[in-house]
Design a binder for this molecule. Sequence first.
Ligand code: NAD
Length: 476
Amino acid sequence: MATMIIEGERTRAASGKTYEVRNPATGEVVDQVPAGGAADVDKAAQAAAKAFSSWSRLAPAKRAEILHKAARNMLGKVEEIAPILTKEQGKTLLESRLEAQRFGENIAWFADLADKIHGEHVSLPDTTTYGLVVRKPIGVTGAIVPWNFPLTLAANKVAPSIAAGNTVVLKPASTTPLATLACIEALIEGGLPEGVVNVVLGTATGEAIVDHPLIRKIALTGSTPTGKKVMARAAEGLKKITLELGGSDPCIVLDDADLEAAARAISIGRFFNCGQACLAVKRLYIQEGAYDALMEKLVARASKLKPGNGLDKDSRMGPMHTETQRAEVEAQLKDAVDRGAKVVYGGGRPKGAEYDKGWFIEPTILENVPDGARMWTEEVFGPALPVRKIKDLDEGLVLANNSQFGLGSSIWTANMAAARRAVDELEAGYTWVNALQIAHDELPFGGTKQSGFGKEHGVEAFLQYTEEKSVVYGGV
Ligand code: NAD
């Protein structure tokens, strides 16, 4: 049975309660897991506070060295960790390997920043005093993670936090705790001191993290409704928060685009991880002249995405993570079809005995989806893409911005003036121009509008795990 990681202990829930983690491809039980609660979060927060007093005082170069060594150890275990992630989450082994690799790389990327914290010298009016602005770690931070990318989204929070000298209470999604535990164990085995990262499990631990008085900053990746609840609750404790929430990224393709490259990027952008990605091409607007040719290429690519158990070598797309998630996407598809949309590819569940026990769904492309359909107005968290023909960039930009969300966005065109306009006008935290929608460690990532605020990745994320403090030196 899996256990929580709280300081040096590998512990069950104080309540003794457990629950099962099941494989979304087969329905089989993968492991039995402690259902933690407020008492466990309290223990973890106390452990993190204790660890903070030594971790935050380490020489930053030493912290960097420890983190690099821990990351190397974890990266040596990618092949062990990937199948665990596939079994609990459903994604293909290739996707799991990439994700586990990204976890270690992210820890290493922020380790490089650990000894590069800069402050400022400020001259003051009185010549016998001068001012400094120094940056300090915040203290214990809380990391709350969803199930779609359990490892990368945990690393996005843990890596900058501990590199800056903070400690962490980490809560994976209840359905995907196992690969996260393996990654944190690998960091500890590689030399990360016990207590710097503590892992609590179960659903009730999320609210308990937000409420705990020792936890000073909360980083949540999750849905927009959860973000609102966390924000309201965190206000009680006046906590700093970072909210990485839902998205419905538009992609505009103009007539002069490289359609082969665009088709590849859109297909990966929509169907990677069985469409369960925050940053994903979720609304496609194609200019008239490119429409037929691009649709043909997209359908050809979708037809090659064989759904299957992520552990099978020939599977190109795993199942959806839960029955409820699949039902939600199917309801969104039905809504579009009932309103008159045409299914161009997919639209149902794959047939065959191997699909009976899992939450499989076909990669799906729809056109003529009417305004007001749920696929345009809500986040579609699955492998289904609504497509619309546009006359020109003006129309594309209006439609693209007609969304409550503002996470990612992309444009494909050979016209640099059009690209520049899109960069200026698309309401999103990220715009890709003729590029695959992937988030880079080097660039700050985060949304606007109902997609949240605060940044992960980049120096910006690192700085958000520090606090500025002003210092006056007198009599000098
Ligand atoms: P979710 O909001 O249901 O859960 C996310 C995490 O928050 C889980 O660990 C959950 O247990 C916890 N949680 C739920 N309610 C809570 C509460 N009241 N207080 C504290 N914690 C609580 O999201 P999900 O279904 O696991 O993930 C899918 C959602 O995440 C999608 O909307 C997706 O767009 C979003 N997402 C956003 C990003 C991003 O970076 N912007 C990345 C990935 C996923």
